[in-house]
Design a binder for this molecule. Structure first.
Ligand SMILES: *Cc1c(COP(=O)(O)O)cnc(C)c1O
Length: 250
C-alpha cells in the first residue's frame, strides 16, 4: 500500500466507531423517553433506516447489535438485502410502493409499513401467496389528508384506515400488524409531532377493537422519535441520527 491509498480496515473501524457513537446517542434518547413516559424500554423497537447507505454499513450495524433495518426504494433495497442475507436482520419496507415492485419487495421484507391502497394490498397478497410467505402489513396513515384523499408522501386519510385494515386482515398471505405515520409537514399537525402521534394512537386504539393483534405503531424519525415514544409508538424509524445526513434526496 502506498501512503496515498487509504487502509480499508482503518476506514471500516472509523465508520464502525461513528455508527456506534450515533447508536449510543439514539439509544439514550429512546431510554430517556421511555423513562419519562413510564414505559418499558423493551416495548420500543429501533428500526435503523439504511436507505442511500451501502450494505457495508448494514453489516457494521448488525455487528453493533442492530436487528431491524428499513429501506424505502426497492431498486436499492433488493441488492442490499441480498448482500446481507447472512445477517440476523428483520427488513422493513417503508417507502411508497408501486404494485409492480410487490413481488421483489416480498422476497426480502418481513414488514411493509406503507400499505395505503387496496390495489397494493392485493398485489402484496398475490406476491406473498406465491412466495409462500406471511407478510406483515401496516396501514400508512396520512394525518394531513382529507377524507377520500391520499397524503403527499403516501398514506390514507384516517377515515379510510378501517376498510383497508379489514381488507389486509382478510387477504391471503398478509397479516395486519398495525399502523404507520410520518409527522405531517403541512396542515393542522405541521410542527406538532406530539399531537400527530397522539392522533395516530387514537386511531390505533380504534383499530385494535376489531383487530386486537394489530399492535404495531410505527412513528417517529430522527427529529421526533422522543415525541413518538412519549405518545406510545412501538417502533421508531431512525436514519440520519444513526448514519449521518444523507447526500441529496432520500
Ligand atoms: C427516511 C425515512 C425515515 C428516517 O428518517 P430520518 O429523518 O433520517 O431519521 C423514516 N421513515 C420513513 C418513511 C423514511 O422514508
Amino acid at each position: 500500500m502506498t501512503e496515498h491509498q487509504t487502509d480499508p480496515g482503518a476506514e471500516d473501524a472509523a465508520r464502525r466507531a461513528e455508527l456506534a457513537a450515533n447508536l449510543d446517542r439514539v439509544e439514550k434518547r429512546i431510554t430517556a423517553a421511555c423513562e419519562a413516559a413510564g414505559r418499558d424500554r423493551a416495548d420500543v423497537t429501533l428500526i435503523v433506516v439504511t436507505k442511500t447507505y451501502p450494505a457495508s454499513d448494514v453489516r457494521l450495524l448488525a455487528g453493533l447489535g442492530v436487528r431491524h433495518v428499513a429501506e424505502n426504494r426497492d431498486q436499492d433495497a433488493a441488492p442490499k438485502a441480498a448482500a446481507c442475507a447472512d445477517l440476523p436482520l428483520t427488513w422493513h419496507f417503508v417507502g411508497q410502493l408501486q404494485t409492480n415492485k410487490a413481488r421483489s419487495v416480498v422476497r426480502y421484507s418481513d414488514h411493509v409499513h406503507s400499505v395505503d391502497r387496496l390495489r397494493l394490498a392485493g398485489a402484496l397478497s398475490t406476491a406473498a401467496t406465491a412466495a409462500e410467505k406471511r407478510l406483515g402489513c401496516l396501514v400508512q396513515v396520512a394525518l394531513d389528508a382529507e377524507s377520500g384523499a391520499q397524503g403527499e408522501r403516501g398514506g390514507v386519510a384516517p377515515d379510510a384506515v378501517a376498510a383497508l385494515a379489514d381488507a389486509i386482515a382478510a387477504a391471503p398471505g398478509l397479516r395486519l400488524d398495525g399502523l404507520m405515520t410520518v409527522a405531517p409537514l403541512a396542515g393542522a399537525y405541521a410542527g406538532q409531532p406530539r399531537a400527530a402521534f397522539d392522533r395516530l394512537m387514537e386511531i390505533s386504539s380504534g383499530l385494535r377493537e376489531t383487530h386486537p393483534a394489530a399492535t404495531m405503531v410505527s412513528a417517529g424519525m430522527s427529529q421526533d422519535l422522543d415525541e413518538a415514544v412519549a405518545a406510545g409508538a412501538t417502533h421508531v424509524r431512525v436514519g440520519t441520527a444513526v448514519l449521518g445526513v444523507r447526500p441529496g434526496l432520500g
